[in-house]
Design a protein around this ligand. Sequence first.
Ligand SMILES: *Cc1c(COP(=O)(O)O)cnc(C)c1O
Length: 421
Amino acid sequence: MNNDLMQHLLQLAEEVEQQVAPAFARTESIAQQNEWKITRSFQAHQVSDYHFAGSTGYGYNDRGREVLDLIYADIMGAEAAIVRPHFVSGTHTISCALFGILRPNDELLYITGRPYDTLHKVIGEKNDGIGSLQDWGIDYNHIDLLPNDELDWDSIVTAITDKTKVIGIQRSRGYDWRSSFTVEQIKQMIYRVKQIRTDLIVFVDNCYGEFTELLEPTAVGADIMAGSLIKNPGGGLAETGGYIAGKQWAVDAAAQRLTAPGIGGEVGAMLGTMRLMYQGLFMAPHIVSQAIKGSILAAGVLQRLGFVTKPEWNAQRTDLIQAVQFDTAEQLIAFVQGVQKAAAVDSYVLPVPAEMPGYESEVIMAAGTFIQGGSLELSCDAPIREPYIAYLQGGLTYAHAKYGILQALQLLVEKQLVKLD
Ligand SMILES: *Cc1c(COP(=O)(O)O)cnc(C)c1O
């Protein structure tokens, strides 16, 4: 390791830490309030170690599972929730939610632009033969955001027809160079949508958003929302799974899709997953705050070096994602490789751009994680397409996120892709 260079970078990071201290303080305050909310919910439900035992076979009357659903509902400000290791990913969770509430001839309308890449196959096309929404005769449309990242209400109002049943909102930027939507903004969207037609059902893709703010979208009127347990609410401990929260009928409908019609959420052995789902939820606000502080530091440092970041360090946060725009593919690839070098797991692996199932261009991913693909852990994804944007997220501890940023910068400087003054 180049010690002079590392010293120089450390000093830069320390200067930025001073500058971003107010943003750190806001993040810590949110974590504290969410931590207390979760602890009070555990207490109200008298969580005890027998809830962690898990179940086998059909898993009937698994009290740990039932109470975890109630706690999620509480925390999310929802009537009901279903939290399961049987959701294999965020995409599967969202798919269950959408298939639960949509029927043939209904239309799904996304109003926050094209949704996250892996959902394109879920939405699918007519006669694609894979049983996508459109293959089942469910229509789909989306309205692009305006150039200033605001919603295009004129087009939305025109696009809503009698067929439109579900309005889709994606909170996080995902892999898009746009703003993420705060819970306050989502509240305004829901208000406007319900003014157009009170019976429109609002679905929110809440992936990456949980516990970055004090409220979640279901607390401000979303009918149903979904997220992944290998992101924020799993606290870095949950080994797999997802959750759906919302109106009782909507959560029930999604549960019928997860298992089978008539079975719903009453069945499903939790095996040995319970303690880590409870403990992960308990840890989640803190771990999320560590990751967000890492994102704030990254934005501060990279802005100083002249790169454009979304969000900027001082902006209000509503998700984990820190997008950074590089000038060249070489810079992008080196940055991602530097993040990988900082990992505790698989640091010796060199990530290279490759095709990934569900993604439409080649992607390079740094993911030296304990949980495979766990993106509350320090990770970085970048589709290799112009403009060259890296999406950095996670960090189980702030110190590790900082280490990752320093390693990535070091590689950029060593490869002479970035100059320090
Ligand atoms: C991660 C993510 C998904 C999909 O989750 P996977 O676990 O990758 O399938 C969907 N939407 C958004 C906004 C996400 O961030």
